[in-house]
Design a protein around this ligand. Structure first.
Ligand code: ZN
Length: 563
């Protein structure tokens, strides 16, 4: 399919060429260039990241600072009118402190705090000698659709995922090599750099090792991610004491030079890989790796950001059609044994037959018996409940066009004496791992159960999932929704407290279960829900712990149909 400029919805801006190289390295696919208006002087690389088509542009060579960055953004928005939000991705100078153990190769992400939108502008102006921080106006927050992705990302451990993306990039281009912790020296802020000799002028070979701040070794090399304020200004920060003073006044975690030019006319998230400590010892050694780490994080942001309309989108076209809830790439987290156990249904996991039909949410509940209230990233993949007797599954979506929708839940209730496998064996993983004592619910219920066999003397009457409860509504507080936990063992129906008033509950009806059993996937028509200007909805499945063998059922997804 030929893509047009209006098919690109994400703008990715870099300041220096190595940052653009890093961005291209993490693309899933590079697209053919498109012609842009002659007035647009940007040079673009176009490509795909997950479900998003991305236009990448870099500041002109040798140009730094907020003004050229703003110019790039304005051109980009003119040439790609469907761009919903931007990502400013690249390197930055870290601000290590007692409260934020920032190391080279870590990531700092702009996050609003108090009355700040996440980026604050600093300007030395005439007072450069004193290094004073001057408030030069307030800047906007990143767009809500990105903040939602951030809250999801903060709930999961990302370091190793990012490392994997980074390793791919390193293989594509040697420049992205990881310099390693021995190349990460932080000097005391009052100790100025002693230039090296000749070509080594930027290295710290002449600097006193006695002035290196002693910091504990990290157990893993995976980058740490710090969320907070970023300082943006037109001058390079390269003075340890000034850095610390501004950081004390403002709480910033990072210095960079472009974001302040973007925030008010190009809603964006700022992602900075830390390549130096904003002091006189700064050099370029860590830049390529830091650029790649930032690009890898941005890739994860997009993976957790739904496509579709957002707050800025006044186009009502979507309200006439079924709303797309989430990306449909859910192969990655789906375990292999499901395919082996249920080959005939694997297509549901691989690809929805009709892109307008079924929308998986949540993540898989795996063989390890995720605890009730497990934190689930924003709509990501199919989950399966076949092994679960005590759970809450949550998904949350933003950017839904306001209106009334019928919620349709997609389920499968397999036949058989007990749980799904008709072949008479229990799939691996049906039982908790031996060392997973805390979660070994079934072991407590069936102490004699042997993995691979059905538990003895289990009556098929136990199979009905009585306490399956489907709930839809708006989250009481989106920010904390995914993080709040409930013990459904004690309070099986307590999940609604996470939702605002007006939520709809739909207990599963036994008759329905009997008629639909073994008929493959079925749609359960749920209640009508209103989506207001918040454009968000939360979906929840709760399953009450029964202290019995529980019949299997798989959850295929949810769709919202406008009514
Ligand atoms: Zn030095």
């Amino acid at each position: 399919m030929e893509l047009k400029r209006c098919d690109y919805t994400v703008g990715w801006i870099c300041a220096i060429p190595i940052e653009k190289t890093a961005a291209i390295a993490v693309l899933d696919e590079v697209h053919k260039p498109l012609r842009v208006p002659a007035t647009d002087t940007n040079s673009y690389t176009l490509g795909r990241l997950g479900e998003h088509n991305v236009a990448i542009a870099c500041l002109p060579s040798g140009h730094y600072g907020t003004v050229p960055a703003a110019a790039v953004a304005i051109n980009m928005r003119n040439s790609f009118p469907a761009i919903r939000f931007g990502l400013m991705v690249g390197i930055g100078g870290g601000v290590p402190s007692a409260s934020n153990d920032i190391r080279l190769g870590d990531i700092v992400v702009s996050q609003p705090s108090g009355d700040s939108g996440g980026v604050i502008q600093y300007d030395f102006g005439k007072t450069i000698e004193k290094g004073r921080f001057v408030h030069t106006g307030s800047l906007n927050s990143p767009p809500t659709v990105l903040l939602s992705a951030l809250s999801a990302l903060q709930a999961i451990i990302l370091g190793s995922t990012i490392s994997t993306i980074v390793q791919d990039g390193e293989q594509q281009d040697d420049r992205f090599f990881y310099p390693g912790p021995t190349a990460d020296q932080l000097f005391h802020s009052d100790y100025d750099h002693v230039p090296g000799v000749g070509r080594q002028v930027d290295t710290c070979r002449q600097c006193s090792s006695a002035q290196v701040v002693s910091r504990p070794e990290r157990t893993y090399d995976d980058p740490h991610i710090h969320y907070g304020l970023i300082a943006s200004g037109n001058q390079v920060m390269k003075h340890g004491k000034t850095r610390d003073r501004i950081a004390n006044e403002t709480g910033v975690l990072c210095f960079e030079m472009e974001a302040a030019g973007l925030m008010n006319n190009f809603p964006c998230l700022v992602v900075r890989g830390i390549c130096d400590y904003s002091d006189s010892h700064k050099n370029k050694r860590w830049q390529p790796y830091a650029a790649l780490v930032a690009a890898a994080y941005a890739k994860e942001v997009l993976r957790h950001t739904p496509t579709g309309s957002d707050d800025d989108d006044d186009d009502d076209e979507d309200t006439r059609e079924t709303y797309h809830l989430s990306p449909k790439d859910f192969t990655a987290v789906h375990d292999e044994d499901l395919d082996q156990d249920y080959p005939d249904m694997s297509f549901w996991y691989r690809e929805p037959l009709d892109p307008d039909s079924h929308y998986p949410i949540g993540v898989q509940v795996d063989a390890r018996f995720r605890r009730p209230g497990s934190i689930l990233p924003i709509g990501d993949t199919v989950l399966t409940l076949r092994r679960i007797c005590n759970l809450i599954i949550r998904g949350c979506f933003r950017g839904i066009a306001p209106g009334r929708y019928q919620v349709q839940w997609i389920f499968w209730f397999p036949a058989g004496r007990n749980c799904p496998p008709s072949s008479g064996h229990v799939p691996n993983g049906f039982y908790p791992e031996a060392d997973d004592v805390e979660n070994s619910v079934l072991e407590r219920v069936f102490p004699t159960a042997i993995p691979g066999e059905f538990p003895p003397e289990v009556d098929s009457a136990f199979c009905f999932p009585w306490s399956l409860l489907l709930i839809a509504g708006q989250p009481r507080n989106f920010g904390s929704y995914l993080l709040e936990t409930i013990d459904v063992d004690k309070h099986p129906l307590a999940a609604p407290v996470l939702l605002r008033e007006g939520f709809k509950e739909q207990p599963l009806d036994p008759g329905l279960w009997n008629t639909k059993r073994n008929t493959g996937w079925c749609i359960i028509h749920g209640d009508i829900v209103d989506v207001d200007d918040s454009k968000q909805i939360a979906l929840m499945i709760t399953k009450h712990f029964e202290r019995q063998w529980v019949g299997g059922f798989s959850f295929g997804g949810v769709k919202l149909v406008p009514v």
